[in-house]
Write a protein that binds this ligand. Structure first.
Ligand SMILES: *Cc1c(COP(=O)(O)O)cnc(C)c1O
Ligand code: SF4
Length: 377
């Protein structure tokens, strides 16, 4: 069942009208930031209060009323895990890194990471409606001092214009939809003016955390520059609300091509049933599961880490239960800037020589075995 956050709004917000609830400005202004703000929302557990006090000065807390309305009464709730500080954050392991993907090292100009020859990642803001506890860019997200300035953006755009091997730009952050419509319109126009770009992408969690942000005016701007590829970040079926569905529909109508990047997290979505339900909901609303990402090596998120095998088992478990459209690539972003690699389940059972090449025996999704002659010459 799809939740409507207005229907499930906490007692704290009972007097709020539907109009206000639907306004992203109101949602943004009424974000929950302190333990007291959660009175009349959820009863924080003792460890949650402790983590709130100790961890929130390391990485800011903000939760939109919309997202808070999805919280359950158990601390194990996937929404709480992702948005309320956890005691696990206080534990930094030696293998964890401040900049796990070496994004700062691959920065030819401030605010732009150029790792793959054909693609560049452009950071336009470090603000987000909700600060995800698993964020890979914790080191700078939520820090207003690191927000990109106009001259910085100018030089990043000049760099892209000067490098015609770049065909694909991913507008990222923070959350790029934290920019005003006017700034987004200018940015998209300037990117479209660069003739060698085939693909313009926006990576945003607003459809999950602040779906009201995708208003008609924004949809109009997206439509003017279609097709914009939008990477959403849904991690759990509970996040697919009535409000989110409206946001997805608006983007689809605006000619956006939607793909979801899910982060695999222990206790949040590390089982086949949860991912299956999420992916069915997303496909129903025009959003294709693109990546399922292994938690990277950011600091203080070891409590979220799953063994690689868990991801492989989920991908294998999806096969046969949902069409290929619903099966994302399982991806690890290699620490130190190695880039992404996809890991796939091993279906090969046995290999034997054959006069035409070799004979391979595979196990299918249902565990049955089949033989194939692989002609090699
Ligand atoms: C993830 C990423 C991209 C985009 O990778 P795709 O596999 O094309 O989605 C580009 N640049 C950087 C630095 C990245 O981390
Ligand atoms: S929306 Fe993205 S950038 Fe912002 S806190 Fe969440 S994961 Fe990090």
């Amino acid at each position: 069942m799809i939740l409507d956050s207005f229907e499930t709004r906490p007692t704290r917000f009972h007097d709020v009208s539907q109009d206000k609830w639907g306004s992203w400005i109101w949602q943004q202004q009424n974000r929950l930031r302190t333990p007291e703000d959660f009175d009349g929302v959820v009863n924080l557990s003792e460890p949650e209060v402790r983590a709130f006090i100790d961890a929130s000065n390391m990485f800011k807390v903000a939760v939109t009323p919309h997202y808070a309305a999805l919280m359950g009464q158990q601390p194990s709730c996937p929404i709480r895990q992702q948005s309320l500080p956890q005691v696990g954050e206080l534990e930094v392991w030696p293998f964890e890194l401040e900049d796990p993907l070496a994004e700062e090292q691959f920065m030819p100009v401030e605010g732009l990471t150029h790792r793959y020859p054909d693609r560049a990642l452009l950071y336009v803001t470090h603000n987000c409606p909700v600060y995800c506890r698993h964020c890979t860019r914790k080191r700078k997200v939520a820090n207003p001092a690191t927000t990109s300035s106009n001259p910085q953006l100018d030089s990043a755009l000049a760099y892209i214009a000067d490098h015609d091997e770049i065909r694909d730009v991913i507008v990222s952050g923070g959350d790029p939809l934290s920019l005003s419509n006017a700034r987004l319109a200018t940015l998209l126009r300037r990117l479209r003016e660069i003739d060698h770009l085939d693909v313009i992408r926006i990576g945003t969690r607003n459809p999950v955390t602040l779906p009201q942000r995708i208003d008609d005016e924004l949809a109009q701007i997206l439509a003017e520059h279609a097709p914009i590829y939008v990477h959403t970040h849904f991690n759990h079926p509970r996040e697919v609300t009535t409000q989110s569905v409206t946001a997805l529909q608006r983007m689809v109508s605006a000619g956006c091509v939607l793909g979801n990047q899910m982060v695999l997290m222990r206790g949040v979505n590390d089982d086949v049933e949860t991912v299956l339900e999420l992916n069915r909901l997303l496909l129903r609303h025009g959003c294709r599961p693109y990546y399922m990402l292994q938690c990277d090596m950011a600091q203080g998120i070891t409590h979220f880490r799953t063994p690689i095998q868990t991801g492989l088992d989920i991908v294998a478990g999806l096969r046969g239960r949902i069409g290929g459209l619903g099966i994302p690539d399982f991806v690890v972003d290699l620490p130190g800037g190695g880039g992404k690699i996809e890991l796939t389940p091993d279906y090969l059972v046995e290999e034997r020589p054959h006069e035409a090449g070799r004979e391979l025996r595979f196990r299918n999704y249902a565990g049955k075995e089949y033989t194939l002659v692989d002609v090699v010459r």
